[in-house]
Write a protein that binds this ligand. Sequence first.
Ligand SMILES: [Zn+2]
Length: 293
Amino acid sequence: MKIYYCPEYVASEHDFDTTRKPGWVAASLAASPIAGVEVVRPEALTSAQIELAHDRAYVDAVRTGEPHGLARSSGLGWCEQAWTMVGHSNGGVVAAVREAWRNRVNSGSLSCGLHHARRESGSGFCTFNGLAIAALVALAEGARAVLIVDVDAHCGGGTHAILRDEARVALVDVSVSMADSYEPGPTASLRVVRDARRYLGAIREGMAALRGRKFDVCIYNSGMDPHEDCALGGLDGVTAAMLAEREALVFGWCHEQGIPMAFTLAGGYTGARLAQEELVGLHRLTIRAADVK
Ligand SMILES: [Zn+2]
């Protein structure tokens, strides 16, 4: 299984989990390999590819650093390396989606900071919306229908805003926080769960509602921030065991339906109750579950 990553993912000067975590997970894969996983370097996206999902003025701002406010709208600051970082980390999502779709195998990218980004600006530690970009690249290259499953703690309002009029993309969003929530249009479903006992059931319902529909590929935004010890989004009662079950459920469902998957890391933040090693362990659950036989 190919997992995309390169050191450019963490090239930003801004020190935050979103700009460092891909490196932590990559280091963990180097120190304790998971059988069958091959870490592959992706190509950076071109401006034209990014502009499938974002306004040119915003893309130019991220590249040049000007205007100041727009270039920093993700909340991750701006530095000379910002463009390189997001070009590669979003390029990894596109590469994983192509790998999954064309070869009908699961794949992934150690990318995070995607689903809040809007067409016209960044938002909530997200610069470019690699989920929307990858879906639109796949459609432009001949895919007929793309599924996006987003189980980050927070709602994926950026993805919905960019893709709401694209009938060939279905968005299934199950969140545990109202942050970045939206009124779903006909192509999306949103469930916000406030009781951990309902969490897996809500994901099952969201997936079951798709039964009978055909998708060429599923992009899975697999946040670990619903974990009860995550300070940014965690819901009491959501344990590591429950998140492992979630991963088995989503990968198992798509496998049954014959839909290859491309995952991303999405949210999950260190804090007083969640050490770096634990957080990396949670993201490794996704990588293990992706290797469905
Ligand atoms: Zn989140």
